[in-house]
Design a protein around this ligand. Sequence first.
Ligand SMILES: *Cc1c(COP(=O)(O)O)cnc(C)c1O
Length: 362
Amino acid sequence: MNKYPMLILDAAKLKNNASETVKRCREKGVSVCGVIKGCDGDLDVARIMVDSGVSQLGSSRLYHLSELKRVGCKLPLMLIRTPAPSEAYETVKYSDISLNTENETLILLNKACKEQYKTHSVVIMAELGDLREGVWDKKELCDLCLFVEKELPYLKLSGIGTNMGCYGSVVPTVAKMKELLSLARDVESVIGRKLELISGGATNAFPLVCSGQMPEGVNHLRIGENVLTARDLKELFRLEGFDFLSFDMFTLRAEISELKEKPSYPQGELGTDAFGKIREYKDTGIRKRALLNVGRADAGELETLIPKLCGAFVVGGSSDQLILDVTDVKEELRVGDTVDFTLLYSHLLYLSSRRDVRVVIK
Ligand SMILES: *Cc1c(COP(=O)(O)O)cnc(C)c1O
């Protein structure tokens, strides 16, 4: 018997997106780090990315990277996050390259390398306004790069990078990329050699590559979303011209545990819901509602899940259950039937990390 909720991975679609992304980047001299943090480091996804020609695999979670090492992954592994000082030893152990901004952590990474008879590559992150990780001051950035280059013999300065659109919602524009390039030229003149990597960002910088606007010299992107869900490009960024990308690489399938007609407006005195929120309810009369065995603890926000069942819509739910309005569904439904949902990146992020939600390959 199949157990639900379940995630169904369409391997062919994922392969299409990974290959198309790598190909389009390669044509413009941009290499790709395949980011697997959004699917809890799923090894099948990692393998498909490797087969598609990514140059590194990356994650923000060290345990994803340690698992890749354990199964013998030969590609360089990238920690796409600034490690905390206490993580220096494991960063060196499980990754080959990491993103950094802090002097003290770099010293600890250098020490960890010495202890483990290893070298480790670093990309120093520049802050271009999104206000998450990165060095804001230009002189500080150059000094930090020079420090790695001259004082930390076990570390290799691979290059500089930036990240946008994660906290500050700042869009990676041509101007921002030129700013990054200009910083790279400053660093190069301070250290007296060329940098190997100029890492321009994530999926949200990919449109610049496709439109041919990415300034020459930005030669690396770290891409996850584009391969895993790809819906944000179309629906959140409202970009056109990405018809070569597939959607619905992952589908959520959940099972109906109750099917009944009920009032749409709660009956009784109203307080707060299970999450302490005061919610608003609309009275639309008696409706037919299906209860499904997936909840906020599995998927995060339920209201943005899109059922692939014509006429159905999500009403809400709680930590372990979802309420679907099926009044206008033409098909005859029964308890025990399953309903499929299209996912956003955040849904996949939560669902994939549940140990009781299996990933099945289609
Ligand atoms: C998450 C992340 C990425 C990948 O982002 P996508 O939108 O999934 O492509 C790249 N770089 C950094 C620093 C990240 O945190």
